[in-house]
Structures are given as C-alpha cells and as structure tokens.
Design a protein around this ligand. Structure first.
Ligand code: AMP
Length: 403
C-alpha cells in the first residue's frame, strides 16, 4: 500500500441527527489534516464544509442520509487525490453520546457493541440513533479500519452513588435505568488532565472544578482525578443554562405545560432542548451577540446573561463545598475559552474564598492553556482549551493498537 498524507492518522466522527462532524488528525503529532462538517442531512438542501491541508471547499447539494454524506466526504478527499479507504488510516473514533450502564471505556466496535448501543438508544433518543447511523455508514465504507466508540458518559461512570441517584421511586428508576450519567466526559477528562500537566502537578494531587461552557454547558467536580459530581444528568438537559437548553427546571413545569398548555411530550422536549436557555430568554444563543447586546443596554440579553451567571455561581459554590479543598478552577469550550467577562463575573467577589482573577491575564487571548488568577490567589484559575477530537483519536489508537 502506498503511503498517503493520512497514513497512520485517525478519522474522528461525531454524527448528530442531521449533521456529521469529522476530523482527520495524527494523534502523535497532534496535526489536524482535515476537518469538516456536513449539515442539514436529509433536509433537502445540505451543505458540506470541508477543510483539507489549508484549503476549504463548500459544497451545497442534497444529502439524503448519513451514508450519502460520508460518501460525499470521501469523494472530497478523492478530489484531493486521497483514497481514504486505501490510505492507511489507522483507526476511526466515533463519539457516542450515551454509554448507559454498559459502556464506560472506549470500546472496539463489533456487531455485539452495535447491538448494545442500539439497545440503549431509548436513554438518548436524540443522539444515540444518529451516532449509530454514523458508525454503520463509516463501517460500510471503511470495513477494514478498526473503529472505536468513545462515550461521552464514560468519565462519569463511577460517580458516587449519592451524586448519581435521583430521589425518585427506586424501583422505577432501576427498571428504566434512570440515574445521573453526566456528559461532555471526554472534554472534562482531557481538560482536567491537561490542567495537572500545565501546573506540573500529579493528576491525583489536584481537586478541580471544570467549567465546559460551550453551546452545551456542564461543570464537573474532580477530586484527586476522580469526578465526584457533574451538572448534566440522565440527559444533557440538566444543570447549567445553555445556548438552547433550560438546564435545571422544576419537573412540575412539564406537567403544567402538558395539562394547562396542552403541549405534547414532543413539543415540550423541543421547547426545553431547542427553544430555551439563552435563546429562549433573549432570542439568541450565540454568546458573542448576547454579550454585545447586553453591553449595548438590551434588557432581555442582560437578563439572559444574569440568569446564566446566577446558575454558574450557584454550582461553583456547591462544588467548592463538595470538594472541600479546591486547587484549580478551569474554564474551557467556546464561551469558557473566549468570553473573559463570563470568567470574571462568575468568580467576582470571591476573594474571601481564595479566588482572585488577574484582569490583565484574563484579557489575554490565546490558544494555549494559561493561568488567569493572580499569583496570590489560593485557588489557581485557568483557561485550558479543550480538544475532544484529539482525546477521541488517542483513545481510539489505544484501544485499537494499545499505543
Ligand atoms: P462550543 O459549543 O464550544 O463551540 O461554543 C460555542 C459558543 O461559544 C457560542 O455560544 C459562541 O458564541 C461562543 N463563543 C465563541 N467565541 C466567543 C467569544 N469570543 N466571546 C464570547 N463567546 C464566544
């Protein structure tokens, strides 16, 4: 087999219900070779943005399903002279949202694993079926390349029982596997390990609070390398206020909407997951716009920001108590990495708790991990960019080859 530019690399696939994100990267050098996103799959007018070695192409056209999307992506590689099927691609890593109680480690995909992922689809009806479609489509086109599933819930599989258990009728919870699973685990693990590396400390020496603030948002408390709590629960809707999700709400609201507003369960699901959060409060889920509008005096954007921040601070306080001693508070993902005001405001006035942000350090923009607290701050505050694709690629290599 001839050596191609992607020889020895990993294809990372993140299949959503109507989208497909992918990246080809070399986990040894961390070099990203290709990156892309197919959107609005199955919706008539689809679009693929494909980036390969510095060149971006955008292709508009209909993609009937994920098989068609993956075939189209392979065609884009072929146009650049890369036959992915015969390229020496080392492995494929698939992000799978929900591992249920079955999966808590990256797992080599075979027929049995596929059936088990299918069996737990009811736990994540919006996500796992799409992940499975992605797995099946890539496997059909690249049958010889080892494929590994990396589960978003895995890092949290061993949450302490008290943190993982809802105070729901225990028999019902048990029958339907209702418990707190936690999500964004690949990111929380990557970032908390990177934090230890950045500080030159052992992972198991540090107690950390990790804030993954993107369009989806979650927080975790990691004690000596072991997560002891996280804000997302049975589904990714619990916890922090997000771009379009409510985060924590009173379950009674669901009954109220069904009984009084006559909404169906599907309508309420859409409301809670897609029409709420920042978008529900001010019409927009892009955090940059929320900040700009709030700065310009827009009341609904300011209110959305205040509600977002109130929830963040509540959980920071809770996790400080749960951890007892906190060594590091770490911000990551789109908002956490880029929005200095959110970092400053979420930790403002906590000097008595040993938290002191350095305004100049906080204002620095960089793609590197960095400390933003003062040297005198007892708790170190950092920004550590997440890299879920790299984490998935490394785990895929580890499972496929033990390296
Ligand atoms: P993610 O889901 O991690 O890609 O994060 C997406 C979110 O990060 C969106 O709400 C963006 O508006 C937000 N974001 C990206 N860059 C910035 C920035 N410079 N300032 C504020 N928010 C940002």
């Amino acid at each position: 087999m001839s050596v191609t530019p992607i020889d020895g690399s990993v294809l990372v696939v993140n299949a959503g219900s109507s989208s497909l994100k992918y990246q080809v990267l070399d986990p040894r050098t961390e070099e990203v070779i290709a990156d892309g996103l197919a959107e609005q799959i199955g919706e008539g007018q689809s679009r693929i943005k494909h980036w390969y070695r510095g060149q971006e192409v955008v292709v508009d056209g209909a993609l009937a399903d994920h098989d068609a999307a993956i075939a189209a992506v392979l065609d884009l590689f072929a146009a650049d002279g890369v036959d992915v099927a015969d390229s020496g691609l080392a492995a494929v890593g698939h992000r799978v949202v929900h591992g249920g109680r079955s999966f808590f480690e990256p797992t080599l995909i075979n027929g049995t694993v596929r059936s088990e992922i299918e069996r737990i689809c009811p736990l994540a009806p919006l996500h796992n079926p799409a992940n499975l479609v992605g797995i099946n489509a890539v496997t059909a086109l690249l049958p010889e390349v080892p494929a590994v599933a990396v589960f978003d819930t895995a890092f949290f599989h061993d949450l302490p029982d008290a943190a993982a258990t809802y105070a729901l009728d225990a028999a019902v919870a048990d029958e339907y596997a209702i418990r707190r699973y936690g999500f964004h685990g690949t990111s929380h693990e990557y970032v908390s390990r990177k934090t230890a590396e950045t500080l030159g400390r052992g992972y198991d020496e540090l107690n950390q609070i990790v804030l993954h603030l993107g369009n989806g948002a979650s927080m975790s408390a990691v004690a000596a390398g072991r997560p002891i709590d996280t804000t997302m629960g049975m589904t990714p809707v619990e916890g922090l206020v997000m771009g379009t999700r409510t985060g924590d709400i009173d379950a009674g609201i669901v009954f109220q909407l069904a009984r009084v507003a006559g909404m169906s369960i599907d309508d309420i699901d859409t409301l809670v997951n897609k029409r709420s959060g920042l978008k529900g409060l001010c019409g927009e889920n892009d955090f940059r716009s929320v900040l700009e509008r709030a700065d310009a005096g827009d009341e609904s954007a300011q209110r959305a920001y205040d509600v977002y921040l109130h929830r963040l601070r509540r959980y920071i306080g809770a996790y400080m108590i749960e951890l007892g001693r906190v060594d590091a508070i770490v911000f990551t993902a789109g908002v956490g990495e880029n929005a200095a005001p959110v970092r400053a405001d979420s930790l403002a006035g906590l000097e008595n708790y040993g938290i002191e942000i350095d305004a100049e350090r906080n204002a620095i923009r960089s793609a590197e991990p960095r400390v933003i607290s003062t040297d005198a701050s007892a708790i170190t505050v950092l920004v550590v960019p997440t890299n879920e694709e790299l984490a998935i690629a490394r785990q895929a290599m580890e499972v496929a080859y033990g390296s």
